[in-house]
Design a protein around this ligand. Structure first.
Ligand SMILES: [Zn+2]
Ligand SMILES: [Zn+2]
Length: 145
């Protein structure tokens, strides 16, 4: 039976790169995991979650940890037009973001291309992918028309 730690995504990547799994790092991973797939929490939101697992964690530590996780490709960040950065655990399958200009809702559409496909047929090593579409979600579009 794998322990709870081994099941958390990103831990292997952390250890491969000789970083220790500190309680702070673990709490940020837990926060990202429990935010759920398709959620894109901001650093402040991650901080609030992480505090539940490690109450003495500081916001600066959360920022540093997110930066480390981004460099290690554990986390993918998403910079919105207003300059606000959102974070999510990196997944193998590419997806793009549909961002509503009215309410700020972020939805996802799965990409046709996976990293495996691109590296296989194009001999290209993908390290990140940012595709964002801006427009209006169903609800906001209805209100406008
Ligand atoms: Zn996403
Ligand atoms: Zn909307």
């Amino acid at each position: 039976m794998p322990s709870e730690q081994e099941k958390l995504p990103g831990i292997n990547r952390l250890l491969e790169n000789r970083y220790r799994l500190t309680p702070q790092r673990k709490s940020v991973l837990l926060a990202l995991t429990n935010a759920g797939r398709g959620e894109h929490p901001s650093a402040e939101e991650i901080y609030r979650y992480a505090k539940k697992y490690y109450p003495s964690i500081g916001l600066a530590t959360v920022y540093r940890t997110l930066e480390l996780f981004t460099n290690l490709s554990i986390v993918q960040n998403l910079v919105l037009e207003d300059g606000c950065t959102r974070y999510e655990l990196k997944r193998d399958l590419m997806h793009c973001h549909l961002i509503c200009l009215s309410c700020g809702k972020i939805s996802e559409a799965d990409g046709v291309y996976s990293e495996q496909l691109l590296s296989g047929s194009h001999g290209f090593k993908v390290t990140s992918c940012i595709v964002q579409f801006f427009g209006y979600c169903d609800k906001c579009y209805e209100k406008k028309t």
